[in-house]
Design a protein around this ligand. Sequence first.
Ligand code: IPM
Ligand code: MG
Length: 369
Amino acid sequence: MDIQQACQAFEQLLLEQQARIEGMDGTKTDFATKAQVTIGIVDGDGIGPIITSQATRVLEKLLAPQIQSGAVKISMIQGLTIENRLAKNKPIPDDVMAALLQCDVILKGPTTTPHGGALESANVAMRRALDLYANCRPVCVPEAGIDWMFFRENTEGEYVLGSRGIELPGMAVDFKVTTDLGTRRIARAAFEYAKNNGKTHVSIVTKANILKKTDGKFTAICHQVAQDYPGITVEDYYIDIMTADLLKPGLREKFQVILLPNLYGDILTDEAAQIQGGVGTAGSANIGDRYAMFEAIHGSAPRMIQRGMGEYADPRSILTAAVLLLRHICRAQEARRLEEAMASCPLTVRSDGSAATCKEYADALLTLL
Ligand code: IPM
Ligand code: MG
C-alpha cells in the first residue's frame, strides 16, 4: 500500500464510521412488559463449555416456573467455536448470527481470539453487530470497602477499527474513534446507574492530556451529561494514576462508578478483578438498547485445557454474569437468590485443582437455590 491508497482506505473508514453513527437507533427493549424473553446460550471455546453448561443448569433451575409458562425460553446456540469460525472465515458464522438475532439476551462462554491474522475476535464482532455499547463490570470486596461499577464504552475507541489498521512499508497505523453519540449514551448509562443505585460519585478515566481529540471529546461530553445529575460529583482521572490508585487502600474506597473508553476499560477491569480474587471471579454485562450479552471477563484459558485442568475452571465468573442477566430481564428476586447462594456456598474452585471442580461447585450451589 502507498500513501495515496492509504488515504483512500482512510476515507472509506471515515464514511463507514459516519454511517455507523447514523444507524444508532436508541429504541429500548422493555423487559418488564415483554411477554417472552429468549435467553441464548453460547458455550464458546476452551473452558467455555465447562463453565457455561453449569451456568445453564443454574438458570434452568432458577427460571423453571417461567420456562414452564413460556415467559422465558432458553435457546442453545451451537457453532461459535474457533474451528467453525476459522472454517467459515467469519468472526461470527452467518447461521450463528441469525440465531443470536432471535434472542433478547445472551449468556456467552469465552471464545478464543487468534493473535494477528485476519480473523476478528468473536467478542468484538458481537458487541458491534448487536450494538452492545455499555460494558458494565462490577467489582466488590466488601471487607475492603470496595464497591465499584465500571462503565466501559464497548463499541468504539481503539476497538472499532482494531482489525482495519493500515500498513505501509516500514509503518503501521491503527485508529481510535470517539463519537458524540457513542460517548453520550455510555455516559448516560453510567449516570443513570449512579442515580438509580444511590451512588454519588463518578470518575471519568482517560488519557486526555495525550490523546487530545478522542479522549478530550470523551471527557467533555461526559461532563455535559453530568450536568443533568446535580447530586452526583464528578472527577477526572488519567488512566495511569487510576491504575495505581486502585491499589491504594485509604483512597480506592471512594471510587464508585468508573466511566471510561474501551481499551482503558479492558485493562483496568482486569486489574480490578484481580483485587477481587482473580478474573475467574468477575462477570460482565454488555448492554445495548435492543440486545444484551453477559459473559465472564476472562478468556478461554487454553493453557488450563492443555494441562488437563479444564474441569477446575471457576464458574463464578459466568455465574456473576448470570446474576447481571437476571437483573437485566427484571428477575431481581432470582438474581438475589443466586447471589446469596454464591455467597454462602461452602465450596471454592481453584485452577490448580486443590479445591472443588466446576461441576462439584455447581452441584453444591443447586442445593442452595
Ligand atoms: C474482555 C476481553 C475482550 C476484550 C477480548 C476477548 C476481545 O479481554 O472482554 O475484556 O478485549 O474486550
Ligand atoms: Mg479484557
